[in-house]
Every structure is written in C-alpha cells, then in structure tokens.
Design a protein around this ligand. Sequence first.
Ligand SMILES: Cc1cc2nc3c(=O)[nH]c(=O)nc-3n(C[C@H](O)[C@H](O)[C@H](O)COP(=O)(O)OP(=O)(O)OC[C@H]3O[C@@H](n4cnc5c(N)ncnc54)[C@H](O)[C@@H]3O)c2cc1C
Ligand code: FES
Length: 315
Amino acid sequence: MGSTSSERTDLQKAFNTSPGLEDESAVEIIRREDFSDVTFMLEFHHPMMAKAAKPGQFVIVIPQEHGERIPLTIADFDRKKGTVTLVIQAVGKTTKEMQQTCHRGTPLFGVVGPMGTPSHIGNNKKVVCVGGGLGVAPVFPQARAFKESGAYVIGVIGFRNKELVFWEEKFRKYCDEFIICSDDGSVGIKGLVTDGIKLALKKHTDIDEVVAIGPPIMMKACAETTRPANIKTTVSLNPIMVDGTGMCGGCRVKIGEGIKFACVDGPDFDGHQVDFDDLMNRLKRFNEDEKKALERWSVSCRIRGKEAPPTGPRL
Ligand SMILES: Cc1cc2nc3c(=O)[nH]c(=O)nc-3n(C[C@H](O)[C@H](O)[C@H](O)COP(=O)(O)OP(=O)(O)OC[C@H]3O[C@@H](n4cnc5c(N)ncnc54)[C@H](O)[C@@H]3O)c2cc1C
Ligand code: FES
C-alpha cells in the first residue's frame, strides 16, 4: 500500500467508503479506466494473487464491509508488477455501487482468489478466441496463453457499436488473425461474433478449438455454430455464485447428463454439453430481489445527494 495513513483517511472521507484501508486485509485499487458509461476496469496490487492467477480463473470481491460477494473474472494479471485486473459491467446494485465508489486509492474490502479450475491451454495448434462485449476481457488471458504456447490464434471480438469497443489493440497483439464485428457495422464487419466464427471456419479447416466467452445467449449461438463441424468449443459459465468453493450448490449447471458446480468444476465447460436454457432460467431466479435492491440503493443515493449511475443495457 503506497499511501500514508493521513492520506488514507482523506481518501476514505473523499469517497465515503468503508474503513477498509485501515484494515491490512483490504486491497487498494491502483488504477481505474472507464471504457463506457457501464463498463470500467480496476487494477489492484496483490503480488501473491498475480503470481498464482491462471487464465480462466476468477475472484470473489466484497467491495465494502457489509457488501455482497460477487464473482469477477481475472481479466489480466502481471506477475512482475504484482497486479490483477478486473473489467466490470455495472448491471445491478453492487456493480453500480462499485462504479460509483471504486477509484484509484480506495480499498476493496476483500478479494478472494484465484478461484475455479484454470483453462486447459494444452498443445492446440490453431484456436479461435471469441469475446462478445464484456467477454473480451475474460477471454484475453486465454488468447495470450494460447499464443505463448505456440498456437496460431484467431481472435474474434464483437460489440454492439464502435463506442463500446475496448482492448482492441491489447487483444490484437496476441492474434495471428483478428476479426472485429459490430451489430451496426460501425466498426469491423457488420454482424455477430458467430459471423466472425463462420469466416474463420471457412478459411481454416484445421481449427482445434474455439473458446467463446460472453452472455449465455451468445455462447449458446457460438456452440451451435461449431456443432455441425464438431469442433471442440469451450465456454465460461456465469451462474449465480455464493461461496465459490463448491459448498452451497448455488452455481449448479447442467452439463450433458450430469450436474456440475461451476465454481469448482468450471467455469470452463464443453459448450456442446451445456444446457444454456437451464442456465438462463436460473440466472433470472432473483430478478425481483435484485430490482428491489437496486431501487433501495438508488433511493439511498438520492438521499445522500449522490446520483446513481445510469441504467445501461448489458453489452
Ligand atoms: C465466474 C463468474 C465470473 C464473472 N465475471 C464477471 C466479470 O469479469 N465482469 C462482470 O462485470 N461480471 C462478471 N460476472 C457477473 C457478476 O458477478 C454479476 O454481474 C454481479 O454479481 C451482479 O451483481 P449486482 O449486484 O451488480 O447485480 P444484480 O442486480 O444483483 O444482478 C444482475 C445480474 O447479475 C447476475 N448475478 C447476480 N448476483 C450474482 C452472483 N452472486 N454471482 C453471479 N452472477 C450474479 C444475475 O444474472 C443477475 O440477474 C461473473 C460471474 C461469474 C459467475
Ligand atoms: S458458488 Fe456455491 S457451490 Fe459454487
């Protein structure tokens, strides 16, 4: 932690956060970058976590002392600098609160990780790494690891429009071929990431694996695109998680005939085996409670004279 205790007190007052910085277990945010109205990046210093982190893993963050625990994928890690990077989409109470309160110099009350089974990088010769919207961030460490293992990497990333694009150059650096897609054609090819996958499949008949990360509906469509050619397709699932250690069963997902716990058995799974409809139904289970929590928080923001961030659609 770089700041003195008087600076810490000033920061706490300035941002009205929990007293986490006084607590040695808190993690200090050292960098923040906003990609759009709803998406932002946070980097924190944690050399042990950066050393242990592997592509495909996630952390559970408790932003402030009495806050909710939320799972977030490790979007990047730098073992030399000892840093870990998260990319967050503000969709509900906790992520919007983080968007409002998490700034450089403020603490995250607790970060647990790395969690989950790391992605299998293996000896693939040719892979397609697909990121849809926010999914560009979690698929990035895998694209880099495939490249570093000697694979030929085809990157396919997609956004609704040009304004939402982030990490294009960072991602492109690790790709031998790169396709960017947008729903409205404002950048790259006009179309969905599945159109990008089709282009790659047409050009290359020797693809070993497609890794696709994004909203469940997008991952389902990617898996259907590769199913006819029976190309191994790995997806990263995002069911509701509570403890993240395989104890509560909250994150159960249907894979083929079996049930798996995404937090310990995944989050990576064979996309051709995933029951995406069940996943999407389970994700809706707490919609009413989530709506109420967001409304209560927005009211408390207004009372404190702080405007809640705008409600943006998911990327
Ligand atoms: C392994 C994993 C990795 C993830 N990585 C990222 C990431 O890198 N960046 C990112 O922005 N989001 C990520 N998510 C989703 C993120 O955890 C949720 O958006 C967040 O918990 C929403 O909390 P909220 O209070 O802001 O919104 P809420 O209004 O509470 O929820 C909004 C939606 O988020 C989902 N959600 C809510 N609570 C949880 C929970 N405890 N666990 C999982 N999903 C939940 C539900 O679909 C819900 O409908 C990941 C989820 C999982 C399981
Ligand atoms: S989150 Fe509890 S078992 Fe996975």
